[in-house]
Design a protein. Structure first.
Length: 117
């Protein structure tokens, strides 16, 4: 069964760094754009970052630009999210997904990140 599995996350102090990874299982998702989203307590899920299969194009939410970096290792079928200068408002459950036919699909299980101030 095709699925995405996130790893990483946990508790970090404000100003610190943390990374997440998202590995595909069951299929390669070759050629697909991958993305990261997050959902803070009591809020809607929001877009964080996306990267094309070739890795040539990345996009970021304004709230994370300059602090977060998304990258990919297609040989490992894995994408990463490096998060620096973390703020308390970055506290959320982070999900990865794949853009399939213009819809984000195959959501991972989500990993929680808590930034303490």
């Amino acid at each position: 069964q095709e699925r995405l599995v996130e790893s990483g996350g946990g508790l970090v102090q404000a100003g610190g760094s943390m990374s997440l990874s998202c590995a595909a299982s069951g299929r390669s998702f070759s050629g697909y754009t991958r993305g990261w989203f997050r959902q803070a307590p009591g809020k809607e899920r929001e877009f964080v970052a996306a990267i094309t299969w070739t890795g040539g194009v990345t996009s970021y939410a304004d709230s994370v630009k300059g602090r977060f970096t998304m990258s990919s290792d297609n040989a490992k079928n894995t994408v990463y999210l490096q998060m620096n200068s973390l703020k308390s408002e970055d506290t959320a459950v982070y999900y990865c997904a794949v853009l399939v036919q213009r819809r984000w699909s195959c959501w991972g299980q989500g990993n929680e990140i808590t930034v303490s101030s």
